[in-house]
Design a protein around this ligand. Structure first.
Ligand SMILES: [Cu+2]
Length: 405
């Protein structure tokens, strides 16, 4: 607020000065006025101020870099990220050099060629040499940047995922993330959003989850049926219930069709591992990410690994990278014991978008394997809740209204 007030008063002061100048000019004219051209002394003063401004301008630039330079991301924690950083640094180097040269000339020439009534301007219409110079030099630099950038992009996006990669699906919804590891078979089980329920937030399709989802839908349908039976004939309630039952029939038909998937396919999801709020990846091993989305377009952004990918409903996008620095090492490097790698949503996806993040922990492979062994598989996690009926009721309500929508 204070800063806003300061800026506002500065702007008003400039405005007031401009108005005063106009008053002076007008009064000078009325007095039968002197020439409107500034005097030699005034010109020389303005020329010197150009140099003063030049010095102040570059001092401010240096101060900005010194003060806010450390607000940039720390060094890249992935293999390809180092290459991207080099490319970015090269771009910044060019920009800074061009910025310095053009601005020094701009203000120095304004000083050097201050108005002098005895000097005549040198006039020439054309110079092939100059044209050649200022066309080819930028063209060469641009070509280097474009070719370099394209080859990095091809390296990152086209290289094959190694077979021993850790496969993780990142599944966003408004407004959180769930990570799913492919488990010991390195293959993610099939999934569909119609399978989503309180115990199955990603809609993974296994024999067990199919059975419980069908049971759940049938129970709900039976509830609608009894509400329909009790509803007065010809009323709004009756129409509403008939529509609901028809909708549930459609969902049931779709869900039942998943039983056509071959048995081996329905086994794949059993060893998948679902985690929330934080996921762990091993240093020095390729991590292959797959992205889906449950509702709107989100964007998985992992800035420390220089990685970003859109998460689009109805399709699977992919990206893979190799982490090179563990969380513990990065805490030492940044001298920040609270440092954590993060996954953010980088697409404004709704009211609580800002809150959509998940911690990423990079550990040595050994520790990663140990951590994996300690996690519950999808098959293990779905059973107890189904058996004792402790599925979170609130979550379940949300899921149903989601599908209705
Ligand atoms: Cu989002």
């Amino acid at each position: 607020m204070t800063i806003f007030l300061i800026i506002l008063s500065l702007a008003l002061a400039v405005l007031a000065a401009a108005q005063l100048m106009r008053v002076f000019e007008a009064s000078a004219k009325l007095k039968g006025g002197t020439s409107e051209l500034p005097s030699d002394a005034e010109n020389k003063y303005q020329a010197k101020m150009m140099l003063v401004f030049l010095a102040a301008y570059f001092s401010f630039f240096a101060w900005l870099v010194a003060k806010y330079g450390d607000k940039l991301l720390p060094e890249s924690a992935s293999e390809h990220g180092v290459h991207l950083d080099n490319l970015l640094d090269f771009n910044f180097a060019i920009i800074t050099v061009v910025f310095a040269i053009t601005h020094v000339f701009l203000f120095y020439f304004a000083f050097k060629y201050v108005f002098n009534k005895d000097r005549k301007a040198y006039y020439f219409t054309h110079s092939n040499r100059l044209e050649l110079l200022w066309t080819t030099v930028p063209a060469i630099f641009l070509a280097v940047i474009v070719i370099w950038g394209l080859s990095e992009w091809i390296d990152i996006t086209m290289d094959e995922t190694p077979n021993d990669a850790v496969v993780i699906e990142l599944y966003p919804k408004q407004f959180d993330w769930t990570a799913r590891y492919a488990g010991s078979d390195s293959t993610l089980g099939a999934s569909n959003y119609m399978m989503i329920s309180g115990t199955n937030p990603l809609g993974v399709i296994t024999d067990q989850s199919l059975e419980s989802r069908i049971l759940e839908l049938e129970t709900e349908k039976a509830e609608f049926q009894s509400e329909l039976d009790a509803a007065p004939e010809g009323g709004v309630k009756e129409v509403e219930m008939i529509e609901k039952i028809e909708k549930w029939d459609r969902i049931l038909a779709k869900v039942r069709s998943f039983t056509d998937l071959d048995a081996a396919n329905r086994m794949l999801g059993n060893d998948d591992i679902l985690v929330k709020s934080e996921f762990v990846i091993p240093r020095g091993k390729e991590v292959a990410f797959k992205f889906r989305s449950r509702d709107v377009i989100h964007s998985a952004y992992m800035p420390h690994f220089r990685a970003q990918m859109n998460c689009v409903p109805g399709m699977v996008t992919e990206f893979h990278f190799k982490p090179t620095i563990t969380t513990a090492e990065m805490r030492e490097k940044t001298q920040n014991e609270n440092f954590d790698y993060i996954l953010l949503c980088n697409k404004i996806c709704g009211a609580a978008h800002y809150n959509m993040q998940m911690n990423i922990k990079v550990v040595e492979e050994e520790e990663f394997n140990k951590w994996m062994q300690g996690q519950k598989t999808f098959a293990e996690s779905i059973t107890p809740a189904e058996e004792n009926g402790t599925a979170n009721a609130g979550e379940k309500d949300y899921v149903i209204s989601m599908i209705e929508y």
